[in-house]
Design a binder for this molecule. Structure first.
Ligand SMILES: NC(=O)c1ccc[n+]([C@@H]2O[C@H](COP(=O)([O-])OP(=O)(O)OC[C@H]3O[C@@H](n4cnc5c(N)ncnc54)[C@H](OP(=O)(O)O)[C@@H]3O)[C@@H](O)[C@H]2O)c1
Length: 282
């Protein structure tokens, strides 16, 4: 079976299956690695106002054909009031030096701000042509449904932590059922899966690298992947996920690894009481 290099979003726009994650890349290094990725053939870059690297990415994409790129950015959870979301997006576009982003996501939910208000802002941004498609990030099934119900435009993507050590089967199936593409962040579990015995054994047998096997497992499950890399060698390696397939047996073996370990667990998700107070203060 041929693996498509892009998926069609509900908005009608295509989204490349492989992107470059840029969390913790900054300064000259960020600019260089993003430019290198684009030269190698990457077309999809994932950033966020929170990553503080949009200016560097703006410089890196300068000179490449904008219509061939897919740029995702995200609004931080304290900027989810209508006016704040609009302002945050305006600032993002200015830093990136572009008139639109292909995908704009709510970075984390904030229970202190009604989701309908933020989705209204997202629609306004889409109506003004500042964003092509909108979506969410770090939303569980309940919150995803709330966002879908509150939105007049399609919720295209839910970007969540997802890798062979965090197989979120129920959330994946829920997203599929509702036409929401799941983007897997930390697709290599920040390096943890690269030494996993099941992954390394399959990689050796298939003549692939552990990174390729992990990314392929995600893509074969219908996810978009955004591995971060700061070396040209890893950038190239991660492009090697097309033109071959994992067998059904290997897919099921990785499904059954049985480790559920989150790499991203910020303080505001860990202390619900504190989170509610904090959200109300903002
Ligand atoms: N929405 C959210 O809340 C959220 C949260 C976290 C992350 N994200 C997004 O997801 C992206 C990816 O997640 P992540 O950066 O945390 O982790 P990751 O992509 O799972 O792992 C990155 C690590 O894997 C290494 N690596 C990459 N390719 C490799 C290869 N082929 N072989 C061996 N090692 C390889 C990198 O090393 P080198 O740098 O040396 O190549 C780096 O140490 C982020 O950059 C960000 O864009 C979103």
């Amino acid at each position: 079976m041929k693996q498509e290099k892009s998926l069609r979003l509900k908005s009608g726009h295509p989204m490349p299956v492989l992107g470059l994650g840029t969390w913790m890349l900054s300064g000259k290094r960020c600019e260089e690695i993003v430019r290198k990725a684009l030269e190698l053939g990457y077309t999809h870059i994932d950033t966020a106002e929170f990553y503080d690297n949009e200016e560097e990415i703006g410089r890196a994409i300068d000179g490449f054909e904008r219509s061939e790129l897919f740029i995702t950015s995200k609004v931080w959870r304290t900027n989810l009031r209508l006016k704040d979301t609009i302002t945050a997006c305006e600032k993002t576009l200015k830093r990136l030096g572009t008139s639109y982003v292909d995908l704009y996501l709510i970075h984390w939910p904030n229970d202190g701000i009604p989701i309908a208000e933020t989705m209204k802002a997202m629609k306004e941004l889409a109506d003004r042509g500042m964003v092509r498609s909108v979506g969410i990030s770090n939303f569980d099934t309940g919150r995803t449904m709330e966002a879908i119900e509150a939105s007049e435009i399609p919720v295209n993507v839910n970007q969540v932590e997802f890798h062979p050590h965090l197989y979120q089967k129920e959330l994946l199936e829920f997203c599929k059922k509702n036409g929401v593409i799941l983007t897997a962040y930390c697709p290599l579990a920040r390096g943890d899966v690269l030494t996993d015995r099941t992954i390394t054994e399959i990689a050796e047998r298939c003549g692939k690298t552990p990174a390729q096997v992990s990314l392929k497992w995600l893509v074969q499950h219908g996810a978009v992947v955004i591995p971060k890399s700061s070396s040209a060698e890893h950038l190239r390696d991660n492009m090697g996920i097309f033109g071959w397939q994992l067998s059904e047996g290997d897919m099921r073996r990785i499904d059954s690894i049985g480790i559920h370990k989150r790499k991203v667990n910020p303080f505001f998700t860990r202390i619900p009481l504190f989170r509610n107070v904090l959200d109300k203060l903002r």
